[in-house]
Design a protein around this ligand. Structure first.
Ligand SMILES: [Ca+2]
Ligand SMILES: [Ca+2]
Length: 86
């Protein structure tokens, strides 16, 4: 009986985790927009080098993501990049 309860607890935990993962994955469809919203502190729709300093991976590859070299990362440039929120 104890083993069965353990099993049920583990099974329920796995189901919960899977449900949360599914939520996370559906939320990440807009990951780049969320990243933009999180970093664009002056809300001009662009991430400046200074704003990018809040995200190490983005900051380190800022120049390669800023494909038109205007010193800002637009949502399009962000979309093209493989940067994600972690
Ligand atoms: Ca900005
Ligand atoms: Ca740019």
């Amino acid at each position: 009986m104890t083993d069965f309860r353990k099993f049920m607890t583990i099974a329920l935990t796995i189901m919960l985790v899977q449900g949360m993962l599914a939520l996370l994955i559906s939320a990440s469809a807009n990951a780049q927009e969320s990243l933009m919203a999180a970093l664009d502190s002056d809300q001009d729709g662009l991430i400046s080098l200074r704003e990018a300093a809040g995200h190490q991976a983005l900051f380190e590859s800022f120049n390669s993501i800023d494909s038109n070299e205007d010193g800002y990362i637009s949502l399009d440039e962000l979309d093209t990049s493989e940067i994600s929120i972690d």
